[in-house]
Design a binder for this molecule. Structure first.
Ligand code: NAD
Length: 423
């Protein structure tokens, strides 16, 4: 990360948006107070035997923000910078995302503070299994349902599922499959889940382009982060005739004015772990990446990547937030002044949790839907959420981020009003 980036506490940033949106839609104070903090914050320490025979103790987290709309739901992040503040913000964002989309889940997030790239596959499997064991019944198919996030993938989810199944009652084994989503198809995953977040980003971009009669055929994009979200967004955009002319990850940045072949680059990253050494493009600096003129910018790495400097440098027409919280408040203020529209994270990257919900429904009903069915439902839900958000934004004269938050808060406020506060 650039040293010039201002330090913003992600949790405080998200709380700030909560306050703004609460004011717009008139959220009762007592509900705002409930939603301003997570319900549960769980921290576990657990030992794991490394390949060299030594033990290492890891720190794992699971934050459960809110479950008034349904079971807690959210990703598991494996990254050396994982911390409580970040996970509280991400868990809170999951609550808004599910409420906005009408997915009957609440918000959660978790992870382990370590760099998965420093470990063998055997170590990663043992770390995941001990973490799942340490969480015990704090997760569950009707209570809290993890999914992949930065540093985790379908394989991680299958290990979690298998550990959870094998530590629960034998007669309930098959009911436990739905304890995680984002699994491999073979283990009970859904068609379309792997690409779902990227697909949701692209559906939002298509809606934006349709409204403005902007022709995506021949357009260009820059994509920060080439993991699950970034690479699939680039791949799906290429099918619409949009070329990704620059990208970057934790190892550096690449540029190719003719367009990087998203398919080949995705295969390369899967084989090599990063874009480093990919031959079909010239290396550029992080600053040059942000200065590259293009139609679209898709941040798909981590939070707090676009500050004042990056927002001033960007030469794009639209930003669609694949990542959670990629733009900090200083960056957001500059982009607002410059009139560069932002499709906010809670809307743009909601395709992942939406198809996770479909996976959960299929597991609970012992069904397997075909890809067309998943895609049809996803398109419908993203389109509806996009249109509701943009309509609300125009009507109340607020930006789409605050509109998305306000719409989510309206659903949550209704639930609290109907139920009252226990006892
Ligand atoms: P991933 O681990 O598959 O990919 C992360 C990418 O970011 C990698 O290419 C990595 O090299 C890059 N990266 C890491 N640090 C970086 C840095 N300092 N500078 C530039 N690039 C860096 O993770 P993912 O699942 O694609 O998640 C990316 C973002 O999307 C996260 O914010 C995540 O919360 C969000 N998201 C993911 C999903 C999902 O379904 N996976 C759903 C919703 C939102």
């Amino acid at each position: 990360m650039s040293a010039a980036l201002e330090e913003f506490g992600f949790f405080q940033v998200v709380q700030g948006y909560l306050d703004q949106a609460s004011g717009i839609m008139g959220l009762p104070d007592h509900v705002r107070e409930i939603l301003a903090e997570p319900k549960n914050e769980l921290i576990v320490h657990f030992p794991v035997r490394m390949d060299d025979g030594r033990n290492r103790v890891f720190k794992g987290y699971r934050i459960q923000h809110n479950n008034v709309m349904g079971p807690y739901k959210g990703g598991m992040r494996y990254h050396e910078a994982v911390n409580l503040d970040e996970l509280k913000a991400l868990a809170m964002q999951m609550t808004w995302k599910c409420a906005l989309l009408g997915v009957p889940f609440g918000g959660g997030k978790g992870g382990i503070k370590f760099n998965p790239r420093d470990h063998s596959e055997d170590e990663l499997r043992r770390i995941t299994r001990r973490f799942t064991h340490a969480l015990g019944t704090n997760i569950g198919p009707a209570y809290d349902i993890p999914a992949p996030d930065v540093g985790t993938n379908a394989k991680t989810m299958v290990w979690m599922m298998d550990t959870y199944m094998n530590t629960g009652p034998t007669y309930e084994k098959n009911d436990q499959r739905a304890v995680v989503t984002g699994k491999t198809i073979n283990a009970g995953g859904s068609e379309g889940r792997e690409k779902a977040t990227g697909q949701g980003v692209v559906h939002c971009i298509k809606e934006w382009a349709r409204e403005r009669r902007f022709d995506l055929e021949g357009a260009t994009a820059i994509v920060q982060g080439f993991g699950n979200v970034g690479s699939n967004a680039a791949l799906l955009l290429s099918k619409l005739g949009v070329s990704t002319i620059a990208t970057g990850d934790h190892t550096g940045y690449l540029h190719n004015e003719e367009g990087l072949n998203a398919h080949k680059l995705q295969d390369y990253v899967q084989a090599n772990g990063s874009i480093e050494g990919y031959p079909r493009g010239e290396r550029i600096t992080r600053d040059e990446f942000f200065e590259t003129p293009a139609d679209l910018f898709i941040p798909a790495a981590l939070e707090n990547q676009v500050g004042e400097k990056e927002a001033t440098a960007l030469r794009v027409r639209l930003i669609a937030e694949g990542a959670n919280g990629p733009i900090n408040p200083a960056g957001e203020a500059v982009l607002k002044d410059r009139g560069i529209p932002i499709i906010p994270d809670v809307l743009a990257n909601s395709g992942g949790v939406t198809v996770s919900y479909y996976e959960w429904v299929q597991n609970r009903n012992s069904e397997h839907w075909d890809l067309e069915e998943v895609q049809r439902r996803l398109l419908h839900m993203i389109r509806r959420a996009y249109q509701r958000t943009m309509f609300y934004a125009a009507e109340k004269k607020v930006d789409p981020r605050i509109a998305a938050y306000a719409l989510a808060l309206e659903s949550l406020a209704t639930s609290y009003e109907e139920r009252g506060i226990f006892p």
